[in-house]
Structure formats: C-alpha cells, structure tokens
Write a protein of this length. Structure first.
Length: 116
C-alpha cells in the first residue's frame, strides 16, 4: 500500500463515512461502504486523472449506498411477497375451522336432546 493511498484514506475516510451513514442510516453498513469505496479506489487509482479524489470517492460511496438501499427494498418486497402467499392459506385454514365450529354448534342447537 502506497503512502499516497494511506494519506488519501486518512484524509477522506471520515467524509466518506459521514456521507454513507447519512444515506444508509447504519454505522456498520456505512463502514462496509467506506471499505468498499477505498478498495475500488485502490484498484483504479492509477487510471484516475484527478489529483484530488474527493469527488470520485463521494460519488462511488453514494452509488454504493443507493445499491444497498435498493437491495434492502428488494429484500423487503420478497419478504412481503412470501407473506402475501402465506396469509391466504393461513386465514383460509382459520376461517374453515371457525366456520366448521359455528356450523357444528348450530346443528347441535337445532337438535333435540335425544339426537345429541
């Protein structure tokens, strides 16, 4: 790891964390985004023209945050979809049991004591 990379990390890690945490609202996820942002910077640093990588780092971190938010939304939608399929089965089962009990009770009430 070059001294230049270390300097850039120490200079901008706090900013990248702050921006990330404001978007994802989770310090642990923001830390992961900081790590991923700097890994990407390290892999591409030689190809970047800009002497000041501040804007590049913030842009990459912001994109990673939006990717995380999309992933969360997709997970919630999948969970909702699963529950949506299960709820009718569950309510139908309960509804059938209640209906059967009410029907049995009604039949018993209409029977004379000898038929019970």
């Amino acid at each position: 790891m070059s001294i230049r990379f270390q300097e850039i990390y120490h200079k901008y890690a706090g900013l990248v964390f702050s921006v990330s945490n404001r978007i994802v609202l989770s310090p642990s996820v923001a830390e992961e985004i900081v790590q991923e942002t700097f890994v990407r910077y390290f892999e591409r640093a030689e190809g970047l023209d800009n002497d000041d990588p501040k804007y590049w780092l913030v842009k990459v971190a912001t994109n990673l945050c939006f990717d995380e938010l999309r992933r969360r939304t997709r997970s919630r939608l999948e969970l909702f979809s699963t529950f949506s399929r299960l709820i009718p089965m569950f309510t139908t089962t309960i509804g059938t049991k209640v209906s059967n009990r009410l029907s049995s009770k009604l039949v018993l009430e209409n029977m004379n004591p000898q038929e019970r």
